[in-house]
Ligand binder design. Sequence first.
Ligand SMILES: Cc1cc2nc3c(=O)[nH]c(=O)nc-3n(C[C@H](O)[C@H](O)[C@H](O)COP(=O)(O)OP(=O)(O)OC[C@H]3O[C@@H](n4cnc5c(N)ncnc54)[C@H](O)[C@@H]3O)c2cc1C
Length: 308
Amino acid sequence: MDATRYDAVVLGGGAAGLSAATLLARSRRRVVVVDAGEPRNAPSAHLHNFLSRDGMAPAELLAAGRRELAGYGGEVVEGLAVAVKHAERGFAVRLASGADLSTRGVLVATGLRDELAEIPGLRDRWGDTVLHCPYCHGHEVRDQPIGVVGGDNRPFTLHQAALVRLWSDDVTFFPNRIALEAGERERLTAWGVRVIDGDVARLSARDGLTVELADGREVGRKAVFVGPRFVPNDRMLTELGCEVGDDGWVTTDASGRTSVAGVWAAGNVVDSPAQLVSAAGAGSTAAIALNHHLLAQDVERAGALTRA
Ligand SMILES: Cc1cc2nc3c(=O)[nH]c(=O)nc-3n(C[C@H](O)[C@H](O)[C@H](O)COP(=O)(O)OP(=O)(O)OC[C@H]3O[C@@H](n4cnc5c(N)ncnc54)[C@H](O)[C@@H]3O)c2cc1C
């Protein structure tokens, strides 16, 4: 298929990507969003902390975003982008369908993957009664018996064990694979968090939600919080040569500009704590910077044509 020429290709159509693309479309840029359609919060029934959208279904927010984008002439291609390469006048984006898109600039908003601990029964309840973000779900389980189950992300989970106590007086921390230092145990206990040691064997549906320990003990909870390992979907950025920081994440400046000219990134792909509204904001900021980059090219080219 012939390459199709765009001012900007946005990879990922979540909050960050759709916000970015809409701003670019309103700036009269030819923009397309390539989206695989698996936003990170899809398992949740409702979203929160997005001004004026409280309680909306995640899919509804994105459907509204797509409608707004279409209203300004922005396009959406459903599917997976598999490669981005430098090309003569910008970049070539290869889709899994085999199609190629040609573009002057790229904005990557492909989000991250939550890698969960391999505890039977945990994945099935992800986004329902197994949660990771008290800001997203804490209010809905306030004053209920809450558990926090340790996995691979030690610092995040320890912080979480203390944090969820803001929503409930009945918090039990199951360190599971996390070895607690004496001071950590003491501080959590003093803060009112009960600590139950031992391997967690599974989560079951008995009495709502039960944490079953390997030694046979069972503790009923309304919900459990876990600390997933956050893995950015950044392969296309790293393959382009974007600089990666000591923490293993692609680095950007405050506008989302990567170390590769013409390539911006926004949302969870470069910022794991970003919430929906901050991912949307980052997308908007990156889109403005990308538009200014395109403008500089436009003005330069106009000058060159005049001189010719
Ligand atoms: C269970 C759960 C509940 C949450 N609840 C809330 C909440 O209530 N409020 C809140 O503010 N935040 C919530 N969050 C966080 C929220 O999901 C993120 O802040 C938000 O999704 C980040 O937006 P994003 O655009 O960066 O990434 P995403 O929303 O994940 O969007 C990325 C998009 O890129 C696509 N993609 C990935 N790779 C490719 C590729 N190669 N080609 C094409 N497309 C690709 C994906 O399919 C996806 O559609 C929740 C998170 C989870 C896990």
